[in-house]
Design a protein around this ligand. Structure first.
Ligand SMILES: [Zn+2]
Length: 466
């Protein structure tokens, strides 16, 4: 049974139905002026116990909604959206233009996977449900996308009578935004701001977050609430790994979602090449949606840092010997290619997808290097390989133990998330400090640590959702 967390704020109610004590399944309902707005509609990911929550009955509070707002297109924030059709949701889905474009690619891919899984379960008889059904279908995604209404960054939009919203840049991925709600009151208006996932301003390909606007209440993510990113320079780290695999004629495998981290890594490789710091070797982005995702990335210069012009980046974005693969056959062929070679493939947390067959063929060779560039949620295969792979000596892939002889590395400074110092600075630099902060989207240790840090450094009450 999912625990429900409820807050009363100036006559409005805020309830959390996910990303409480964990990093996935972001869902919060704001009830104001007798209307209900869902902020983010994320999929639960990671451990089986977490994923099973996607199949639980949808809570009463998530039925009869008046509107939905999506902060950004990662699945743990928007991946449950098509499922809302099953409880009759016909209202608008608000988000930024970048989020709309990315959501189209990401949700369609997710629906394809759901349909494939159900088909596989029916073929092999491996399912609790007979017949197995997908969580949602491509048709559902097409329907929910028709309900999307985009909001420009910075402008105010009435969501329901008496409640307006303003998006500001979150600096996490293309389109990512913070949502600031203004709730009309008899005497005063109240402001509640949702950080969504927050970036840190040190990415080469995504502009820094806007400052936190004035708000009395803040819902703040805490993914890295107990950690400070390694100050290592990502260029130096990447250069070192590429030089090693060039010398050994081996492979550098980078688990990475096709959106966000992949573009950042490609651009870093290209810059290293242009500075003559690494040789030009084949760099392959192995993902069916990589091409679409990269096109969307390039089509949203409003989220690029201003120091590099869009035109220049479009011409010089990709490494010199860049290739992308679409078909499964092309992907399989890659496993036979000899080094030196750099392969970027999804899923970023090794929860499935093509990255698994690359690891299956490359992990046993001690000359190869696997580099993590994104957050690994506890319980995922990626988390296991990163933290325990070497000690355990093997990783199970498709029910087979694969020896872990390759080097396992990570470049934490390539994360798209703010660390604990960034989160505190973001709040500190606001022109008016919030009265209360609610911390969501973190493992309990991270969320608790951030609550203490905020109290100690800023003197603001922070309630950890654990
Ligand atoms: Zn995210």
């Amino acid at each position: 049974m999912e625990r429900i967390r409820t807050f009363q704020i100036n006559g409005s109610t805020l309830e959390f139905f996910g990303a409480a004590g964990e990093v996935t399944g972001s869902r919060a309902v704001l009830t104001a002026h007798r209307k209900r707005i869902l902020i983010d509609c994320g999929l639960f990911q990671g451990e089986k116990s977490s994923r099973e929550k996607n199949w639980a009955a949808i809570p009463e509070a998530l039925t009869g909604l008046d509107a939905i707002l999506i902060t950004h297109a990662h699945l743990d924030h928007c991946g449950f959206l098509p499922r809302m059709l099953s409880v009759g949701f016909k209202g608008p889905v608000y988000c930024s233009p970048g989020t709309r474009d990315l959501m189209r690619v990401i949700l369609l891919d997710s629906a394809h996977l759901q349909e494939e899984d159900a088909e596989y379960a029916n073929r092999t008889g491996y399912s609790h449900h007979k017949p197995a059904k997908p969580l949602y279908t491509v048709k559902d995604v097409q329907q929910i996308l028709r309900q999307v209404r985009t909001l420009p960054m910075g402008g105010w939009q009435t969501v329901v009578p008496g409640v307006e919203v303003q998006l500001t840049r979150a600096g996490h991925i293309i389109g990512s935004s913070c949502a600031r709600f203004r709730i009309k009151g008899e005497k005063h208006d109240a402001h509640i701001t949702f950080s969504g996932d927050l970036g840190h301003g040190r990415q080469e390909t995504i502009e820094a977050p806007d400052p936190l606007p004035e708000t009395e209440y803040l819902v703040l993510e805490s993914t890295y609430g107990d950690r400070v990113h390694d100050p290592q320079n990502p260029f130096d780290a990447l250069q070192g790994y590429i030089q090693q695999i060039y010398k050994n004629q081996s492979a550098l495998v980078i688990p990475s979602f096709a959106v966000g981290r992949a573009q950042e890594v490609l651009f870093l490789v290209r810059m290293l090449e242009d500075q003559g710091r690494i040789p030009q070797i084949p760099v392959i982005l192995d993902s069916p949606m990589a091409e679409d995702a990269t096109a969307i990335y390039l089509a949203h210069p409003e989220d690029h840092p201003p120091n590099i012009s869009f035109e220049r980046k479009q011409r010089n974005f990709f490494p010199h010997r860049f290739e992308w693969t679409r078909s499964a056959q092309e992907s399989i062929e890659l496993t036979k290619r000899r080094g030196p070679i750099i392969i970027l493939s999804a899923s970023g947390m090794l929860q499935g997808g093509r990255i698994l067959h690359h690891l299956k063929t490359r992990l046993a060779d001690p000359r190869n290097i696997v580099v993590f560039v994104g957050y690994q949620a506890e319980g995922t295969k990626g988390w296991f390989l990163k933290n325990h792979g070497k000690k355990e000596g093997a990783l199970r892939i498709h029910h087979e133990p694969i020896p872990v002889n390759a080097k396992i590395e990570s470049i934490d400074s390539l994360s798209a998330h703010a660390d604990s110092n960034d989160l505190v600075s973001w709040v500190k630099n606001s022109t008016k400090k919030p009265e209360q902060i609610i911390l969501n989207h973190g493992q309990p240790a991270a969320t608790l640590a951030l609550a203490q840090k905020i109290k100690a450094e800023l003197g603001i009450k922070a309630v950890p959702l654990i």
